[in-house]
Design a protein around this ligand. Structure first.
Ligand SMILES: Cc1cc2nc3c(=O)[nH]c(=O)nc-3n(C[C@H](O)[C@H](O)[C@H](O)COP(=O)(O)OP(=O)(O)OC[C@H]3O[C@@H](n4cnc5c(N)ncnc54)[C@H](O)[C@@H]3O)c2cc1C
Length: 479
């Protein structure tokens, strides 16, 4: 029998370690240390996803074993108790995950349990060691990575285990052990039991059915307008698959397969090109995962060092206005309010809000990373570090420090009718579109007449842009 340790692969289909012939006992371990990095939206999504995974196993006559504790203590005990001859899991790429994996391997080999360990690559289409530069390093330029990644053959999804492949732990473990370590048959722990409040946001549904429904709709229709529409937040043209890819409620091979079906059914060159634009985003996902694997410190340290320290500002009031969506820059505020309402934000708006924090306010990207970590349902160490360091001009392939987004012109360009802003900023619901775009430069009297409850801009963008460039230029010099 083999024990499969589910982590961020909460699915049965397209999950390579589940495909072997040895009978399978699946387990998920609530690890208190990992939970300290959690937040209400992600943990709420996780619990729903576990509920769905448990159902998938029950349909197959099995049961997902749920344990709580340090995996390097729980897994050897469990492997011994069920007489497993192998323990499998899918790789994860953060420093914390790698450290935990090493501890579990050491514990399994030190526990006198005769058990093989096999790690699979079910999270990405291509593992970091398979896409490297000629000198064996990770790519730091996305366009080079993309060419290499795109042209590689992709593995097909594997089928789900069937009834008979999956063991019911109640048949394999004694009552005492089950009672002590598992909560298998009972309800899942609540958010409160795990130490979290209910999320402030209305979190999107988790589970494999929700993921497959989203993917099917996207593949049928939206993917063909993705290329043209994806930068416009009001057009709702992106897949919203990010939390599902984060928790593996859909496998990335399944998503890739859907792009192949969409490409085969594309009606013309433009439709085909749109599918390719979406595939590039899947490549960005892997690019950042490879970077995290090579440089686990990107979560806290600048990927690209400047000769001198960047002199970030400490300004709690401006930081709070940013968090609250009260900066007086409508696109930034709409994004920060979407974050609170839905635990998700459109990518263009994430970029603009991140630029506003790190350039206009000159506040350390780590503050933004931490706020997004607490509020996003799709928080993912690799992409968050990649996105934040891109905006802060400290990352690989980052926005050059002298190119500072103008949040008003970004609003005009990507929300031309003001539709997105009106949806999330009710104070501007009745404002004319021009007033939304020109809000930061209107005079006080006009602003008071149009939307008396919406704030005036907290900073002057032109002045702040000059100051940000000067701060980065100072950091570039080594005196
Ligand atoms: C400051 C900042 C922070 C971010 N933090 C996260 C995060 O914590 N978690 C996260 O999943 N994404 C993050 N992103 C990337 C991106 O915003 C989201 O992946 C995207 O908005 C998710 O929506 P979607 O699923 O509809 O994406 P789609 O446009 O449908 O893209 C499909 C998938 O490709 C991947 N993808 C798309 N864009 C990117 C990107 N720029 N980088 C890496 N992968 C990408 C995601 O897995 C996404 O689900 C961040 C971006 C920025 C600028």
């Amino acid at each position: 029998m083999r024990l499969h340790w589910h982590r961020r692969d909460l699915r049965v289909t397209d999950n390579p370690p589940l495909a072997g012939d040895n009978r399978l006992l699946p387990v998920f371990v609530h690890d208190p240390e990992i939970l300290t990095y959690g937040a209400p939206p992600v943990v709420s999504f996780l619990l729903d996803a576990l509920d769905s995974l448990r159902e998938r196993y029950r349909e197959r006559g099995g049961e997902l074993l749920l344990a709580r504790g340090d995996p390097s203590a729980v897994l050897p005990e469990l492997a011994a108790a069920c007489d497993a001859d192998a323990v499998t899991w899918n790789r994860d790429y953060s420093g914390l995950a790698s450290e935990r994996d090493r501890a579990v391997v050491a514990a399994l080999s030190g526990a006198g349990v005769s058990v093989g360990v096999e790690r699979f690559g079910g999270t990405l289409l291509h593992e970091p060691e398979h896409i490297t530069t000629s000198d064996g390093n990770h790519y730091s330029v996305f366009s080079d990575f993309w060419r290499e990644w795109r042209d590689r053959e992709k593995a097909a999804p594997v089928a789900a285990p069937v009834r008979g492949d999956v063991v019911d732990p109640r048949d394999s473990l004694d009552e005492e052990w089950l009672g002590e370590v598992s909560e298998t048959a009972g309800p899942l722990p609540s958010l409160a039991e795990l130490g979290f409040d209910e999320p402030e946001a209305d979190v999107q549904p988790a589970g494999t059915d929700a993921a497959h429904d989203l993917l099917a709709d996207f593949r049928e229709d939206t993917i063909y307008r993705y290329g043209d529409d994806r930068e416009y937040p009001a057009r709702e043209s992106t897949s919203r698959l990010s939390p599902h890819l984060k928790f593996g409620t859909v496998g990335v091979r399944t998503v890739w397969n859907a792009t192949e079906d969409a490409a085969a059914a594309a009606s013309d060159e433009d439709a085909l090109e749109s599918v390719e634009v979406f595939r590039r985003q899947l490549a960005w996902r892997e690019f950042y995962a490879h970077i995290l694997d090579a440089r686990p410190d990107v979560v806290t340290e600048n990927y690209r060092e400047y000769p001198s320290e960047i002199q970030w500002r400490d300004d709690p009031e401006e930081l709070q206005a940013w968090k609250d969506g009260e900066t007086g820059y409508p696109l930034v505020d709409a994004g920060m309010r979407q974050l609170r309402a839905e635990a998700w934000v459109h990518n263009r708006v994430r970029m603009v809000a991140a630029s506003f924090l790190t350039k206009d306010l000159l506040i350390n990207w780590r503050e933004g990373y931490d706020w997004y970590r607490r509020k996003l349902v799709d928080h993912d160490t690799a992409h968050a570090a990649g996105g934040w360091q891109w905006a802060a001009s400290t990352g690989t392939n980052a926005q050059p420090y002298f190119r500072v987004f103008n949040p008003a012109t970004q609003c005009e360009k990507y929300d031309p009718d003001g539709e997105y802003v009106r949806e999330y900023v009710p104070e501007l619901r009745d404002a004319p579109t021009d007033a939304i775009h020109e809000w930061p430069t209107l005079d006080d009297e006009t602003r008071a007449a149009i939307a008396p409850d919406y704030p005036a801009p907290i900073v002057d963008h032109d002045e702040r842009r000059v100051r940000a460039i000067a701060a980065f230029e100072a950091a570039r010099s080594d005196d």
